[in-house]
Design a protein. Structure first.
Lengths: 604, 288
């Protein structure tokens, strides 16, 4: 079986090499036909479509942002080139750069206006923007050529004149490969991880300190730039720019290509668009039926091959990641040093003052004041529904407190949850909030986002700043995984590991954020005895290093063994607080858990 | 601003309201905004043209056959949309599937009725004069349909068991299934009802406005716009939203000319999405 796997892999690599060679030598092949520029144009346009589909893949496949304005972005890129070249006499290649900038600006403006929009509404906004943009260029008068559009766009030769079709073809192909690598480098970096984190679970990403608005801006901006570039190239190829380029009908080919190839895969867009281009060429005599056929292919693909070709391969036995063997002695490479900086033991890191939180008529938290100190394991227990998780939610600003204040490191905590997360609190939720389709290792690496000091350009060009930061992060992530015995499964998708492993992974990811305060909401649920022991020793190490660990638990034995101080909550109020032993014997606590039917005691 | 402009606005608004209402009917149990809904409108216009304009059938016969065909179309559309959605697991599945369905139906209409605009004669060739403006009976039919469909939908949702099932599914599909509510047949019913409603609308409206075979997406977008302005998922919102854009379009058009009418509705859409995304009567979702 392994040999089949290796054999298939070699076949794919060989096949790709062959395809690239074929594409590069295509001008020679085309010259043998009676109409070389016709065939060159078909492949060039397909390449432009591939570039646009990569852009769509970045924002939709990886980013989870539904965009119905990519045809509009393409149109904008074409008009940018058209206006600059035809109306202002700019050099075409400079104008091409501006086409990318135009696409990016257009995309950024749309995001800025729709920060508050959720997923569906964002899609609708892009649809509306697309329609407005099309109408806008139609009414642009002299500048945009009105309903007729702009003509006379061409690819300038170097140093002057017009570029030959073959030379332009090779240029477009080169740009396509470059864009592919940009996509690949971005996705396989902190930028890509954050993008996927936001797609999978916006709340978790926020809890790890990722700013949703800022990041969406970047993702859509990059996507817009590439789309603008594609549009510029297309207009250079066709020689004109007009409003109909923005029509949603034209966008069908991109969606078909993207879904056929595989949404959210690196190679999917190019493969899918190539196939669609071939199909399109084959049915070229029957223009009316084109939409029908393409639409039918799209629907069929979604039913039979929902993950697309590349996605299905990746999910199959041959293409999916597998657990590996840990080499003997490898664990020695990954030693973990946990060191919580800038705190003194016993210092009050987080304080709740008279927190009240109402949900309509329900008083979830009814006046609670607690102090959380460095170097302590602070347990919180109480019956179901007593307000433990709500309290913690208000402390991390995931919910807004109705009244009361949250003092973090001596100051009132910021209102935005991701800012609070960045200041040094990390919370592990009760329900697993892993990024299911992302690998175990990548999940941990996402936690280190705040400490990555590189930017988009570093990631794209793999500068030394990126490489240093990356190897440091990877080493630490592997050390954490090694500590919990999960190094073997680092490649597996987080959604496919066992429940106990998922819980441990969440805790490790939280630790990777180097918090000063770690909040664990019922982490022991579903863990085996071995896993419980691992968790206990990890928590002890963390507290010893100076971290404040807040532990909400129902597993009383587990908690009492670990905690330095325990707060008991019932009906939204604190009913007892103190050392574990004292609290365990407090009558009020016993009554809260076991119930009390002696009414006379209550009335007295 | 003459009264005629307002009357025309209400008429056009009624068309958009009917589109938006049919979308709401589909949206409620599925949480899907159907891009292909507008194609049902074209079906109504196309069959009206074919049955009444070309084959000269009696009105009642044409209507009955139309409803039968619309039922079949609704059923097919449901399969075209829900199969990919159920199998895909991707959160974009519904939008791509409905978009693909829309384009497939559009091309079918284009192929079958090449170079045709759907126009036939009014059913009752009479006009009602109102303070100097005129209101044809045909237009009045469309306007009245809005009220009829709205009331029928509300009664259905609140008074019948099927209706209550739809509301339950709208709140929580999984719990509904556990409680024994047949979600799949209810969804099929929603698609079929939505398609029948919009097909009848097209059938009634086509004599007045000339409908092109490829216009499905246009009506879909207007329906979306109306639904969003009024609040997605709210029938009241669908009607109000439709009226808003119909009247706005008519008024701006008489004031500034042709294409500005549409442009202004898109601007209102963008404004609502930015300022109050849930529209007038929509519900807010906590978190996120």
């Amino acid at each position: 079986m392994i040999s089949t796997f290796k054999g298939l892999n070699r076949l794919l690599i060989g096949g790709t090499g062959l395809a690239i060679a074929l594409l590069l030598s295509f001008p020679l092949i085309a010259n043998q036909t009676s109409n070389p520029s016709f065939y060159l144009q078909i492949v060039s346009v397909a390449a432009c479509s591939s570039i646009l589909t990569i852009s769509l893949n970045i924002c939709m496949g990886y980013g989870g942002l539904l965009s119905l304005m990519h045809t509009g972005l393409q149109m904008a890129g074409g008009y940018a080139i058209g206006i600059l070249m035809v109306k202002f006499g700019w050099n075409g290649w400079l104008a091409l750069v501006m086409a990318a900038v135009t696409g990016a600006l257009f995309a950024v403006i749309v995001i800025l206006f729709s920060l508050r929009a959720t997923y569906l509404y964002f899609g609708m906004i892009t649809l509306a923007v697309n329609l407005i943009a099309m109408e806008g260029v139609r009414h642009g008068g002299e500048l945009t050529g009105g309903y007729d559009g702009l003509f006379g766009i061409f690819a300038p030769g170097i140093p002057d004149g017009m570029m030959s079709p073959s030379a332009f073809y090779l240029t477009v192909l080169t740009i396509l490969f470059a864009v592919y690598f940009v996509q690949r480098n971005l996705i396989r970096s902190g930028f890509g991880r954050n993008t996927m984190a936001l797609r999978e679970s916006s709340e978790t990403a926020t809890a790890l300190g990722i700013s949703p608005s800022m990041h969406r801006l970047k993702v859509f901006g990059v996507s817009g730039a590439i789309a603008g570039l594609a549009g510029g190239l297309l207009s250079m190829q066709m020689g004109y720019a007009f409003a109909e380029i923005g029509d949603l009908n034209n966008g069908l080919i991109f969606f078909v290509g993207l879904f056929l190839g595989g949404v959210g895969t690196l190679a999917g867009p190019i493969l899918g668009v190539s196939l669609v281009a071939v199909i399109d060429f084959t049915i070229r005599g029957t223009a009316q039926y084109r939409t029908l056929i393409l639409g039918a292919i799209l629907l069929t693909t979604m039913i039979i091959l929902p993950r697309g070709i590349v996605g299905t391969y990746r999910a199959s036995r041959y293409g999916s990641p597998r657990s590996r063997e840990v080499m003997p002695g490898e664990a020695e490479n990954y030693k973990l040093e946990i060191d919580v900086k800038d705190v003194t033991n016993g210092e009050i890191l987080l304080e709740a003052k008279d927190i009240v939180k109402h949900f309509g008529g329900v008083k979830a938290v009814d006046g609670i004041s607690v102090q959380f100190k460095a170097g302590e394991v602070h347990g919180i227990i109480g019956p179901n529904g007593s307000g433990k998780s709500t309290l913690v939610s208000t402390l991390t600003r995931y919910h807004e407190a109705t009244s009361g204040s949250v003092i973090l490191f001596g100051e009132e905590a910021d209102k935005k949850p991701f800012v609070v997360a960045r200041t040094g609190i990390t919370r592990v939720f009760q329900v697993p909030h892993l990024f299911e389709r992302v690998s175990v290792l990548d999940n941990v690496l996402t936690g280190m986002y705040r400490r990555d000091n590189y930017n988009i350009f570093d990631a794209i060009f793999r500068t030394s700043r990126y490489r240093k930061a990356n190897s440091r992060s990877v080493a630490e992530a592997k050390a954490l995984l090694s500590l919990s015995g999960m190094l073997e499964i680092e490649e597996l998708a987080a959604g496919s590991i066992s429940h106990g492993q998922k819980r441990l992974l969440e805790v490790i990811r939280a630790v990777a954020t180097h918090p000063k305060i770690l909040i664990l909401d019922e982490p022991a649920t579903g863990l085996t005895q071995d896993e419980l022991n691992s968790l206990k020793s990890l928590i002890r190490k963390l507290a010893k290093a100076g971290m404040c660990v807040v532990l909400i638990e129902h597993n009383v034995a587990f908690l009492m063994d670990l905690a330095d101080i325990v707060t008991v909550i019932q009906n939204g109020k604190v009913i007892a607080e103190g050392a574990p032993h004292t609290v365990q014997n407090d009558q009020r606590v016993i009554d809260a858990y076991l119930g009390n039917t002696d009414f006379s005691k209550e009335l007295a | 601003m003459s009264l005629q402009v307002w009357i025309d606005g209400i008429f056009v608004g009624s068309i958009f309201a009917l589109v938006a209402l049919s979308m709401t009917i589909v949206y409620q149990p599925t949480r899907i905004m159907n891009f292909a809904q507008g194609e049902g409108f074209i079906l109504g216009a196309a069959l009206g043209y074919q049955f009444i304009g070309v084959w000269k059938w009696p009105l009642v016969t044409a209507l009955i056959v139309l409803i039968a065909v619309a039922t079949i179309m609704g059923f097919i559309m449901e399969r075209m949309v829900m199969l990919p959605v159920q199998l895909s697991g991707s959160k974009f599945a519904w939008i791509i599937a409905t978009l693909a369905a829309a384009l497939i139906f559009q091309s079918i209409f284009n192929i079958r009725w090449v170079n045709v605009s759907f126009s036939y004669f009014d059913f009752f060739d009479k006009d009602i004069p109102i303070f100097g403006a005129t209101l044809s009976i045909q237009k009045l039919l469309v306007i009245v349909s809005v009220a009829v469909i709205y009331v029928a939908n509300e009664l259905f949702l609140r008074r019948t068991l099927w209706g209550r099932s739809i509301r339950a599914i709208a709140h929580n599909p999984d719990t509904s299934t556990i409680l024994g509510i047949p979600t799949k047949p209810v969804i099929k019913l929603a698609f079929i009802t939505g398609t029948v409603v919009i097909a009848i609308s097209g059938f009634l409206a086509a004599p007045v406005i000339i409908v092109a075979p490829a216009a499905g997406l246009f009506y879909t977008i207007q329906g979306f716009t109306a639904a969003i302005i009024g609040g997605v998922g709210s029938a009241k919102g669908a009607v109000v939203g439709g009226m808003v854009i119909g009247i706005l379009d008519s008024v701006v058009r008489s004031w500034l000319g042709g294409t500005w009418g549409l442009f202004s509705t898109f601007l209102v859409l963008a404004a609502i999405l930015i300022l109050k995304p849930t529209g007038f009567f929509g519900k807010r979702v906590e978190g996120r």
